[in-house]
Design a protein around this ligand. Structure first.
Ligand SMILES: Nc1ncnc2c1ncn2[C@@H]1O[C@H](COP(=O)(O)OP(=O)(O)O)[C@@H](O)[C@H]1O
Ligand SMILES: [Mg+2]
Length: 399
């Protein structure tokens, strides 16, 4: 294949390793400076120029977009998507993972463990927001920080309030997060490629520092992840729309707590710690997937007027319970079932001989008018299950 690595630093360890892994495998590979593209919407089809010349044909692109160029960088990746060039990480995925609040919001409905988090704007709401995540000590984070910069541990509420006020007065948005003390300055970085973890390491902060980032002096060691950590990392990356990702997890008392999902994970620490050829695994994955450029299913499927994608719910007592898909008559109504969600598993292209059960959710494509009556009333909010330990909740409720 012919691969373009989008990067501004051809000499950096990760870029150099990816390029040599591609060349070793007999691929053609160029490192292209993300900022030298011109997005060209002047012709009949989406196109791009590079350094003032028409871009040649590429089979795949591997974006390594730095935080300082997210807007332009994701625009370039989006343009490759429009041109049907395969990318393991979509523009949307990169943008979503870049913003810690946005990432937490997207992950929050998928039963993935995360530290309790809040986000407020008005000064008057800061103290109750701190209580909501369990009180001090509390972690304060800039939405777009990296390498541990912009992550602060505030020992008490007064200090937390002062820090938040100061940051907000300089127009910086911050989120407020429960401090996971039991993680003790350690965290897990899992490198996800496709639908598996290809390498993992534990990072341990230096001295009394609580941030374990390698850039903050953290040390690394290889770890063998247990199944729960592995599944959590893969799901988090997939939900974010990333096929190459570094998922950071704290080791909470009740299992993994995802802090962030990085779309351009550094390879140096993890390759040194594990001795594994992570760059090679990334290149092999891209080579395998090249035939399947990312497409926005909704956009493609809803171009016919009156047709669309909807999620249908089979409630307890519905006439569909116990019927096979064949017997349900959905096909006669021009409704095709794309996936069936049952408990936590997803069954793609379910066989028509499969029987439906109460509480199944069906992602369907079909005539919107026919599906309207089968769309569930808006999901009720469940009784809140708080993430905080009982002692903390009790102390809070007395305040
Ligand atoms: N809620 C938390 N509780 C305990 N430690 C945390 C928490 N959030 C972050 N940390 C520590 O700070 C480090 C940096 O936080 P992270 O959210 O990953 O920001 P960055 O994008 O700057 O790496 C983490 O690797 C972890 O060691
Ligand atoms: Mg991090």
């Amino acid at each position: 294949m012919k691969l373009a690595i989008l990067s501004r630093s051809p000499g950096a360890y990760s870029t150099a390793r990816l390029k040599s892994a591609a060349l070793e495998r007999g691929h053609e590979c160029r490192v292209l400076n993300t900022l030298r593209f011109a997005i060209d919407l002047s012709g009949e089809e989406p196109d791009m120029q590079f350094r003032g010349k028409q871009l040649s044909d590429y089979d795949a692109v591997l974006p390594r977009i730095g935080a300082s160029v997210t807007y332009f960088g994701t625009a370039v990746v989006r343009q490759f998507e429009q041109m049907d060039v395969y990318t393991p990480n979509t523009a949307n995925g990169i943008a979503n993972s870049r913003d810690k609040l946005r990432a937490t919001q997207i992950l929050s409905r998928h039963e993935i463990g995360m530290p309790a988090t809040t986000f407020v704007r008005d000064k008057a709401d800061v103290l109750s927001a701190i209580d909501l995540v369990g009180g001090a000590p509390v972690v304060i984070k800039l939405l777009e920080g990296t390498q541990g910069i912009g992550v602060i541990l505030a020992p008490d509420k007064k200090v937390a309030e002062a820090i938040i006020e100061t940051l907000q007065s300089t127009k910086q948005n911050v989120l407020i997060q429960q401090f996971i003390a039991e993680s003790k300055g350690r965290d897990i970085r899992a490198l996800v490629v496709g639908d598996r973890v290809v390498g993992a390491m534990r990072r341990t902060a230096q001295g009394d520092e609580f941030r374990s980032n390698v850039h903050r002096g953290g040390s690394v060691e290889a770890v063998e992840l247990d199944a729960e950590y592995e599944r959590t990392a893969v799901r988090a990356a997939q939900i974010m729309g990333l096929r190459v990702a570094g998922v950071d997890m704290l080791e909470g008392n009740d299992g993994p707590l995802v802090m962030e999902v990085n779309s351009s994970p550094g390879l140096e620490g993890i390759e040194r710690a594990t001795g594994l050829d992570i760059a090679g695994a990334i290149i092999d994955h891209i080579d395998n997937q090249v035939a399947f450029p990312e497409l926005d299913v909704r956009q493609r499927l809803t171009v016919s007027t009156g047709y669309g994608v909807a999620e249908l719910h089979i409630p307890e007592g519905s006439k569909f319970v116990g019927q096979t898909i064949d017997d349900s008559g959905l096909r006669e109504l021009d409704i095709t079932i794309l996936t069936l969600h049952r408990d936590r598993s997803v069954i793609p292209n379910p066989k028509t001989t499969r029987a439906l059960q109460a509480d199944d959710r069906l992602t369907c494509f079909g005539k919107l008018e026919e599906m309207r009556g089968m769309i569930p009333t808006r999901r009720k909010r469940r009784d809140k299950v708080r993430k905080l330990p009982k002692e903390v909740l009790e102390a809070n409720s007395e305040a």
